[in-house]
Design a protein around this ligand. Sequence first.
Ligand code: PMP
Length: 409
Amino acid sequence: MTLHVDLFSQEMKEFAHHKRQFLEIGRNAGRFPSAVARQGHDGTDVEISVWCSNDYLGMGQNPSVIEAMKEAIDAFGAGSGGSRNIGGTNHYHVLLEKELAAFHGKEAALLFSSGYTANDGALSVLAGRMPGTIVYSDALNHASIIDGLRHSGAQKRIFRHNDVAHLEELIAADPADRPKLIVLESVYSMSGDIAPLAEIADIAKRYGASTFLDEVHAVGMYGPEGAGIAAREGIADDFTVIMGTLAKGFGTAGGYIAGPAALVDAVRSFSRSFIFTTSLPPAIAAGALAGVRHLRSSDEERDRLRDNAQLLHRLLDERNIPFVSPMSHIVSVFVGDDSLCRKASEFLLQRHGIYVQAINAPSVKAGEEILRVAPSATHTSSDVEKFAEALDGIWQELDIPRTEHTRGN
Ligand code: PMP
């Protein structure tokens, strides 16, 4: 027992030491415009370039978002004052839900306080309330999806990541009369690859399954008006529910589902993570609404993000630095070793003033450690070039393997 406690406290000390500098950057990052943060060292400011923020489009700094939040604070104060059903529904919650439904071309939308609680609360109802439902879930689905499905108590089958043949094999083996729900993401959060949506929608149609599509890493960034990958492919109607966040592309906070009115009403009526919690502060809803409206009418941020991501893909390819997928703006640079990955992250910070968090187990499998690089619309092409150069130097210095990587899915 003592040994166990000692080991634990030693581990915690190392963890605290390792984390301190990164937490400090995280805390400061948002206080400065664009993708630059400052880290205080002995009273001096060091400029840090941030390459792992999920505020992909820089909307957290967008003047229209900030102005809308300030106005809402002046009008309604800081907090919502209650849960949605007991005094905590504000004008902005309602407007935002209407906007999100229209954005995805669905009958209705429902706001949650985060993307995590949206997945947890919606899936526990959608998979749980219809007796006998079988859920088919991609192997790389996010923790919030996994938790929602656990809470639903529904029978679950895991299909290999993006493996359409495996999904069909599983679904074909189940009785035709059982209700079925396929749950997937469009842009995967850690690998940055994109699901074969049309093929999965086709399977859903042929086997009479409903579909739940998490577009958290796509809304704002892809498709007409930023409505996501399904919209980009012209098949948003084929997905029963589209789920998104307001915390990444839209730069604020909150999560939502959009879908048929009856289904959204069922979630509103039964979802514990919707009912039993304080609603989003009105200012957050107002900021998110301004963000959605801005990105529906402007391609500028999307275009810059796309250009930066494509440039980074090319520069990494030229240097034979392995990354998992060239399909999106999430550029998971493959290291494949826990200690090398931490070192690469530390060296980038110390030598180049670049912050990219190392992603280790359990966020990815042991042996599949990555630097999850997220270029931003606020980076310039010269920032991207400097970043690729810095990475090349670290690869050289640490002798990290090049090419022959895991790309291809
Ligand atoms: N779904 C996916 C795929 C995610 O990556 C995340 C968070 N990274 C969430 C849902 C949860 O979103 P939020 O951060 O708004 O809680």
